[in-house]
Design a protein around this ligand. Structure first.
Ligand SMILES: C[C@H]1O[C@@H](n2cnc3c(N)ncnc32)[C@H](O)[C@@H]1O
Ligand SMILES: Cc1ncc(COP(=O)(O)O)c(N)n1
Ligand code: SF4
Ligand SMILES: [Zn+2]
Length: 458
């Protein structure tokens, strides 16, 4: 759909949505987003110009259907996929992508670290995707030297970044906020560094005793991103890996630097969102969201979870969806899903489904709590269908219709039960929703009550 839109921009030195927005232009992408969000194109343009909303849309990703991430638009959900050296391959990953999109992923990150040729996996995912694709270039840099991080030069990192940009990646996690000065701050933590990209750069700095190359070469990255309109997703290398480590000096120091980098990218009209934790107790979530807005001049926040407790491996889609819902309510723009396999292994297709549904729930709950216009329409429609015992309609309106039908079928499989005025929970004689408090019955009752009152007053 974007082929023609992009063709007009060929040869321009800065093709970012922010660049056009700041010139007062409303691009086709902004118009498309305005329709999807039910907002005016002017509002979209103004939010993008201000940096409070991004439209990740690489000019080399023609199959993309543009979407927006920001506080003015609906809360979004990202699904992480990607092969690892011990598990999965290109076909399985393309299947995961399709499943993620089917269950409502707004963006997808390819976090492959092995399991095949990384360029081919990424290319297959981009081609097959209508949603923005994000990557973490440091992973491929590390893979290219077989895990020997010390062999990498700053140019090696830049080469991978440029390759991903050329291939059509819409946003890249750039761990540029992890300064060498911050490394000693992790001393008192239980889980040290849990960011894979951050850990890689930390090893590089500890070996070379030199500043983070993504920080020293940040302006070079800006120049690459301008040419293709790649958005920054500023990585949080010092995000807490457990509730004990949340909101500590290490995390907040890095956040300050992420704010400075945000404004530096904006000077060149390059779009930015900022990544956040991780593992955070419920009472610190609002603080984390507000602090990010303050430090990063309201650039969209993109959090991983956060998990509100650490004791439920196997169920971390739940521990994290609780935090994600709260983060969304307080103004987080995008929620990165966590699957039941978190901390245990590589998620498979079924985990992708479980993780996504948990996060669609969190994001939607946040939209409702934020009183977004029309946010509850689907809930009200489903509730009406439920009250009217229209089971098929109830399934159709649900986030996971297959699951809803499967569960109903488990006890009442015959077709006739799809209009039955009960389910197997209460059974036909105890279903309270059969008690229709309708207008006619109420009028009768009101008449009766009025008469009673008249009698007692007499
Ligand atoms: C930063 C987050 O990224 C997720 N993550 C990292 N690699 C992969 C992958 N190949 N597939 C899915 N999720 C992944 C983990 O959930 C981690 O917590
Ligand atoms: C929300 C989010 N998603 C993905 C990553 C990248 O992972 P890592 O920092 O471990 O390389 C991140 N930092 N934050
Ligand atoms: S999820 Fe597994 S590989 Fe990743 S940091 Fe934890 S233990 Fe290491
Ligand atoms: Zn974790």
């Amino acid at each position: 759909m974007r082929t023609e839109w992009i063709a007009q921009r060929r040869g321009e030195s800065n093709v970012t949505q922010m660049h056009y927005a700041r010139q007062g232009k409303i691009t086709e992408e902004m118009r498309h987003v305005a329709k999807r969000e039910n907002l005016s194109p002017e509002l979209i343009r103004d939010e993008v110009a201000r940096g409070r909303m991004i439209i990740p849309a690489n000019t080399n990703h023609p199959s993309l259907e543009p979407m927006a991430i920001g506080i003015a638009s609906k809360c979004k959900v990202n699904a992480n996929i990607g092969a690892s050296p011990n598990s999965s391959n290109i076909d399985e990953e393309v299947d995961k992508l399709k499943l993620a999109v089917k269950y409502g992923a707004d963006t997808v990150m390819d976090l492959s670290t092995g399991g095949g040729n990384l360029d081919e996996i990424r290319s297959a995912i981009i081609q097959a995707s209508s949603v923005p694709i994000g990557t973490v270039p440091v992973y491929q840099a590390l893979e290219s030297v077989h895990g020997n991080v010390e062999n990498l030069t700053p140019d090696d990192f830049l080469d991978v970044i440029e390759k991903h940009a050329k291939q059509g990646v819409d946003y890249q996690t750039i761990h540029a906020g992890l300064l060498i000065e911050y490394l000693p701050l992790v001393k008192n933590r239980i889980t040290g560094i849990v960011s894979r990209g951050g850990g890689t750069l930390a090893k590089w700095m500890l070996h070379h005793h030199k500043q983070n190359p993504l920080y020293t070469h940040f302006d070079d990255i800006i120049e690459i991103f301008k040419k293709y309109d790649v958005s920054f997703s500023l990585g949080d290398s010092l995000r807490p890996g457990c509730t004990h480590d949340a909101s500590d000096e290490a995390q907040l120091s890095e956040l300050k630097t992420l704010g400075e980098l945000t404004r530096r990218a904006w000077e060149h009209d390059v779009q930015v969102m900022v990544e956040g934790p991780g593992h955070v107790p419920m009472d610190q979530i609002e603080f984390n969201v507000k602090k990010q807005m303050e430090e990063c001049s309201e650039a969209p926040f993109y959090v991983l979870g956060p998990l509100v407790t650490d004791i439920a491996p196997g169920y971390d889609h739940i521990t994290s969806a609780i935090g994600a819902a709260m983060a969304g309510w307080h103004g987080t723009a995008m929620l990165c899903y966590v699957t039941p396999k978190e901390h245990l292994g590589l998620p498979n297709a079924e985990d992708v489904r479980e993780g996504l549904i948990a996060y669609k729930i969190a994001a939607h709950a946040a939209d409702i709590a934020r009183h977004r216009p029309g946010a509850r329409d689907r809930d009200d429609e489903l509730s009406e269908a439920r009250y009217n015992f229209d089971w098929n309609r109830q399934f159709a309106l649900s986030l996971d219709p297959d699951r809803a039908k499967e569960y109903h079928d488990e006890t009442l499989p015959a077709d006739i039960y799809k209009t039955a005025e009960f389910c197997s929970m209460c059974g036909p004689k105890f279903c309270p929703m059969q008690t229709k408090v309708d207008a006619e019955a109420l009028t009768e009752l009101e008449k009766f009550l009025a008469k009673e009152e008249a009698v007692s007053n007499a």
